[in-house]
Design a protein around this ligand. Structure first.
Ligand SMILES: NC(=O)C1=CN([C@@H]2O[C@H](COP(=O)(O)OP(=O)(O)OC[C@H]3O[C@@H](n4cnc5c(N)ncnc54)[C@H](OP(=O)(O)O)[C@@H]3O)[C@@H](O)[C@H]2O)[C@@H](O)CC1
Ligand SMILES: [K+]
Length: 505
């Protein structure tokens, strides 16, 4: 069993609707903290944040009939106390509100001593106030079960056309809490206040485009109720990147072997090797077909080169595995295999032959993944630890089981990592790390800058370097992703133009 070391704080747990509802229910039943109290804490923490950050005078509150509307009404009550007027529209009327929401409506009315509250019982007659400066979305939360319909659609479209900021309760209406799918239409929020646990859908698929800034509000849920959660948000707030201490001898501070490059594809090997070297490894050893050695002699002075085969070999062939395995056995360390290997049949056999006798912790990327997809079984020695780094196309090729492919990418990554016992770093938006224990970690930054050719090689080099420093596979992936994010942020702060993949080295 691969030992895993990432340990997310509870504030970074990602809940689907079912888990959210289950924890709500258990807290109410077992802790005897009633739903009204939870709603009060949710709404009051959103109101507090709004009052701290914004100058507000009059809000339009779009409300459904469930508890999501109750959160909005609590916000309304607190803001009313701060002289912020409220115009409320109930999309399904106010006769059939959930009990806690009903109670909060009564309370809100009692607080309105200066007639600062206007209520519309349906969408038709709703007339927006002449001046208002924000919209609260309390229409649908985790209770959304089908496509947004009827007047809810009209209200969503209206809100999205207004220049005023929209603040969503829990999750923007129309966004599915589990998948991040837009259910026909969805609110475009400037800020989303998410209660008790971040909702998974905020980070998947269309979620990141609809949520705006995400503000997590804690609710008094006992931590032990959260243990069923197996998906987490990865960010720098809880992963301190420790720099490895260089050893006395250069080979003591980490050795990474790289099997990469072929004629026409030496750039990939160069990027990966430079990226790994930049992390401060004791040695990066590039194993290459002898025919392309001269290119590396010129471009990679700090990297040790170990050529195999003859001067006429421009890609790896089946018969090179023996020599390569001999080289790999010389030193402890990790292996990165794949960038720029090419797709010759003999290379596929070489990959099979080499990996099936390799015990080193190994990162497999790019053409290495293509080669794996040509084989019936993963040629993995049982106790060896692998990280695969597929982009979405490579992931689909790796998972031949069509049932899995139809599932969401998150589910595919989770099941693949669990069934094969490898760690998966799936590139895309979001980036997903899937572990053999069935845990998944999602990134929340824009990965579009990393989609140009070369960025993947840089990432693979970093992940390989951390593995060579002795980090666990899950942590190596997290470090690799966050390092890229740091480099990107630094670049964008200091330059006007777009970064090249080499800027991430
Ligand atoms: N005590 C707690 O548990 C806490 C809960 N909290 C808050 O509660 C929220 C969950 O509340 P919830 O479960 O009441 O669901 P909610 O999202 O308000 O909507 C349900 C209503 O929507 C309707 N509906 C469904 N789909 C529809 C559609 N497509 N188009 C139109 N209507 C549709 C559906 O009607 P139905 O279809 O059943 O007739 C049902 O009446 C959660 O996100 C958080 O904000 C926090 O305050 C913390 C404490
Ligand atoms: K909402």
């Amino acid at each position: 069993m691969v030992k895993e070391t990432l340990d997310a704080p509870y504030s970074h747990y990602l809940f689907d609707a079912e888990l959210s509802q289950k924890i709500d229910r258990r807290t109410i039943q077992e802790m005897e903290i009633d739903g009204f109290t939870l709603m009060e804490i949710a709404g009051s923490s959103a109101a507090k944040a709004l009052l701290e950050d914004e100058e507000l005078t009059h809000g339009v509150y779009l409300c459904g009939k469930g508890n999501n509307a109750g959160d909005a009404l609590v916000v309304g009550r607190y803001l009313l106390q701060h002289h912020v007027d409220a115009t409320i529209v109930f999309l399904s009327g106010s006769d059939d509100l959930s009990a806690d929401t009903q109670k909060n409506l009564e309370l809100l009315k009692k607080f309105d001593s200066d007639d600062k509250l206007t209520i519309f019982e349906e969408w038709g007659p709703f007339n927006p106030p002449e001046e208002f400066d924000f919209i609260i979305d309390g229409m649908l939360g985790t209770g959304l079960t089908s496509d947004v319909r009827g007047d809810y659609t009209k209200a969503v479209e209206w809100a999205n056309r207004q220049p005023q900021p929209v603040f969503a309760m829990d999750i923007p209406t129309g966004l599915h809490a589990d998948s991040g799918e837009i259910m026909e239409c969805a609110i475009e929020a400037n800020t989303t206040f998410t209660f008790g646990g971040r909702k998974l859908g905020l980070y998947l698929k269309d979620g990141p485009e609809k949520t705006g800034t995400i503000h997590y509000c804690e609710l008094p849920f006992p931590n032990r109720f959260k243990e069923d959660c197996n998906t987490y948000l990865l960010d720098e707030s809880w992963i301190q990147m420790t720099s490895p201490t260089p050893g006395q001898h250069k080979y003591n501070s980490g050795v990474l072997y790289i099997i990469a490059g072929s004629e026409g594809l030496t750039g990939a090997a160069i990027m990966a090797a430079k990226s790994a070297w930049a992390e401060g490894l004791g040695a990066v050893i590039l194993i290459c077909p002898r025919g392309v050695l001269s290119i590396y002699e010129q471009t990679l002075p700090s990297i040790i080169k170990k050529p195999v085969g003859s001067r006429n070999d421009f890609h790896f062939k089946d018969e090179h595995s023996g020599k390569v395995l001999e080289i790999l056995s010389e030193k402890e360390g990790a292996l990165l295999l794949g960038p720029g290997l090419g797709r010759e049949q003999s290379t596929v056999q070489f990959v099979k032959g080499t990996l099936s006798q390799n015990n080193k912790p190994t990162v497999i990327d790019a053409d290495g993944l293509w080669c794996l997809a040509q084989l019936e079984h993963l040629p993995k020695v049982n106790e060896s630890e692998w990280i695969l780094t597929p982009h979405p196309g490579e992931l689909n090729r790796l998972v031949p089981n069509s049932e899995l492919q139809k599932d969401s990418r998150l589910q595919t990554v989770r099941e693949y990592a669990q069934t094969t016992g490898v760690t998966v770093l799936a590139k895309g938006l979001p980036g997903i790390i899937g572990t053999p224990a069935g845990k998944c970690y999602l990134t929340n930054y824009n990965t579009k800058y990393f989609s140009r050719a070369g960025s993947g090689d840089v990432l693979a080099g970093k992940v390989g370097a951390y593995l060579a420093f002795g980090q666990r596979p899950d942590t190596s992936c997290a470090y690799g992703l966050l390092k890229g994010k740091q480099k990107l942020e630094y670049y964008l702060q200091h330059h006007q133009d777009l970064p090249e993949p080499s800027d991430f080295i």
